[in-house]
Design a protein around this ligand. Structure first.
Ligand SMILES: Cc1cc2nc3c(=O)[nH]c(=O)nc-3n(C[C@H](O)[C@H](O)[C@H](O)COP(=O)(O)OP(=O)(O)OC[C@H]3O[C@@H](n4cnc5c(N)ncnc54)[C@H](O)[C@@H]3O)c2cc1C
Length: 293
């Protein structure tokens, strides 16, 4: 592959993705690029578009299942200080797309800004959270967003304001965009009270999920009132295994990797779950995780 001279040395080939995802499964990316600034990112997007190369944007890899064979495309990971910055502007925080959520919420707490406590314990980056409108306990990040700075896949920089953005349950209209940064509108609050709320959410989460084997969080979206976990449990699938992958005995909407699970094992369990839930409840479970293959 003939990459432009400026990118040639920076683009790696056949980079294993398993260790870059929380599931710890999957094959290698044919091309991999850790971008440090907008110029590099723009160049890569413009070139891949012209060359017909598929692009995958990787955050912390906590909501992704990578296929077992080589991923034919360019995986781009935002990296470096520019994409991980955060600063306060009055009651708003402006943060880079690659900033980890736990750093973001700690920064908010230390600055006496409330509104993000419910995110305590959700892994991932701000970019990943905005792309999928991450949330918990009936709240989601989209509600706090004032604006989002993105590059579209033509390399065009855009500032999207609240009126341009559409957030719904684990969904946004930010796909086909690379999220560079975002401004979040928060409320002034008492640091200690914010810290206590974060701790409470964190403890609630540990109790509900109670596992520390590699996983990607909830596999399926909740279909309406019933949670996917309850439906899967009612089908008697807790503990069901394929290879080293198994359905959690604590939270049935989690699939855990005992060590050497393959993507194929996990997809088998996902198919089985969808089939059983469809047969029993006539409900189609839609994956929440993104499948890259
Ligand atoms: C133990 C555990 C618990 C979890 N609990 C929750 C929960 O309670 N609620 C919840 O909503 N999620 C939960 N998740 C899922 C996951 O943490 C979130 O979806 C998180 O926001 C994903 O962020 P990420 O950086 O890891 O994104 P990735 O997994 O790397 O990517 C996810 C998607 O976002 C896109 N993306 C990532 N960064 C960018 C960017 N800068 N620009 C454009 N697109 C981008 C990717 O292309 C991909 O489509 C959980 C996961 C785990 C492992």
């Amino acid at each position: 592959m003939l990459w432009p001279k400026s990118l040639n040395k920076k683009i790696k080939t056949e980079v294993k993705l398993a260790h870059l995802t929380s599931f710890k499964v999957g094959g290698a990316a044919r091309f991999f690029f850790e971008v440090k600034n907008i110029k590099e990112l723009r160049e890569a997007l413009i070139f891949t578009k012209r060359a017909g190369i598929q692009v995958f944007i990787l955050g912390a890899g906590s909501n992704i299942l990578v296929g077992d064979s080589s991923l034919d495309g360019l995986v781009i990971k935002l990296s470096g200080k520019f994409f991980k910055r955060v600063h306060r502007k009055g009651a708003c925080l402006e943060a880079g797309g690659a900033l980890k959520l736990n750093h973001l919420i700690l920064y908010a707490k230390n600055n006496g800004l409330s509104g993000l406590e419910f995110l305590a314990g959700i892994p991932g980056t701000l970019g990943g959270a905005l792309a999928g409108n991450a949330g918990a306990w009936g709240k989601s990040i989209g509600a706090q967003v004032k604006e989002v700075r993105v590059l579209d896949y033509n390399g065009k920089l855009k500032l999207l304001s609240a009126k341009d953005l559409k957030f719904s349950y684990r969904k946004s209209n930010l796909n086909r965009h690379v999220i560079i940064s975002s401004k979040l509108k928060l409320r002034k609050g008492d640091k200690d009270a914010i810290g206590l709320r974060m701790r409470d959410y964190f403890l609630l989460r540990n109790k509900a999920q109670g596992n520390n084997l590699p996983n990607a969080g909830c596999i399926f979206k909740n279909p309406g009132k019933n949670t996917a976990g309850k439906l899967i449990d009612a089908c008697g699938l807790k503990g069901k295994a394929k290879g080293d992958a198994f359905i959690s005995k604590v939270h049935a909407n989690f699939i855990l990797n005992k060590g050497n699970a393959s993507s194929k094992d996990i997809l088998f369990l996902m198919d089985l779950t969808q089939k059983r839930v469809r047969e029993r409840f006539k409900i189609n479970l839609e994956p929440e995780i993104k499948i890259w293959k």
